[in-house]
Ligand binder design. Structure first.
Ligand SMILES: [Zn+2]
Length: 311
């Protein structure tokens, strides 16, 4: 009897250890994840173009979720407003954008990891709504569920969550944030950027950034090699790839220019990219959930193993 109890105890003790060191497949709530994408890519948000009512509706939803998750606001009501010029009908027009930023304080105060995903998209062109379900309601949805996980499982690092505006306007939101970040998040040790993570029929997710910061590949090697549900490929970050080098093609670029290491998670370009057909019905739900779970478990590994100035 005693031996059997002991064996049981050892087994359950290992399970407990395992639960603390890895994020299991049930950590992302699939229905919440899909609900976020369906809401943000609905026709009523009219493609979430910066400065429009649709973008304001997207913001209201994200703020409501930040409050539900109990993120600490970095700015009043999480909002960092900024202005930038665009050319409209050959006139210079000033547009107001708004980043949303919330934080979870880590228990070990060992540095800051910043997760980003842009919530804006292209709006309405020629009378057609560009819903942007994959680009980038998908990344925002994963960001929200990742924030939810870490609000229940306090990380060691400080985690900052940025829903950027105006990515589709020459990355105006992330550029403004990096140049005007508040004192409390002056020092950022790693940016993890999510942009387009839900459409890929052959279940392949790319990670870019390790060409510039090779220590990050070492950090995640076991995690990538042991992934079964999706195929994870390092790449799209070497200058010789030309237009297939994604180093400067999303919000992580502003961090990279400021010498902050980054990892970018995203899919290969696809037929719905920047098309009115980028709608909720066209995302690959299983792949999206598995990709989000992979990104979350990668972040758990990063939180456990990453230390400042590793590179
Ligand atoms: Zn995008």
């Amino acid at each position: 009897m005693r031996m059997r109890h002991l064996a049981k105890f050892i087994v359950s003790w290992f399970l407990v250890i395992d639960a603390f060191t890895t994020a299991s497949a049930q950590e992302i709530n699939a229905s919440d994840l899909l609900h976020h994408v369906a809401t943000l890519s609905a026709d009523s948000l009219a493609g979430r173009q910066t400065g429009t009512i649709g973008a304001a509706k997207a913001r209201a939803y994200i703020i409501q979720q930040f409050k539900r998750i109990k993120l600490e606001p970095v700015f009043a009501n999480f909002e960092q407003k900024f202005e930038f010029p665009i050319i409209q009908n050959s006139q210079n027009v000033i547009v107001t954008g708004c980043n949303l930023i919330g934080k979870i304080s880590g228990k070990r105060k060992i540095g800051t990891i910043l997760i980003s995903a842009h919530y804006d998209h292209l709006g309405i062109m020629d009378g057609q709504i560009y819903n942007g379900a994959d680009d980038n309601a998908s990344g925002v949805a994963a960001l929200l569920e990742i924030a939810h996980y870490f609000s229940q499982n306090q990380p060691g690092h400080d985690f900052v969550f940025c829903a950027f505006d105006a990515e589709e306007q020459n990355f105006a939101g992330s550029k403004y944030f990096v140049a005007n970040r508040p004192f409390s998040i002056k020092s950022i040790d790693l940016n993890v950027n999510l942009d387009m993570i839900s459409i890929n029929p052959v279940k392949t997710l790319y990670i870019a950034g390790a060409f510039h910061y090779p220590f990050l590949e070492t950090l995640l090697r076991d995690q990538v090699n042991s992934e079964k549900a999706i195929k994870v490929v390092w790449g799209h970050d070497k200058p010789e790839l030309g237009k297939d080098d994604w180093t400067f093609l999303s919000d992580h670029a502003a961090f990279h220019r400021d010498h902050i290491p980054f990892l970018y998670f995203g899919v290969e370009d696809h037929q719905h990219n920047h098309k009115p057909s980028d709608i909720f019905e066209n995302i690959n739900q299983d792949f999206f959930l598995e990709a989000s779970e992979f990104i979350l478990s990668s972040l758990v590994v990063i939180d456990n193993k990453f230390v400042k100035n590793m590179h």
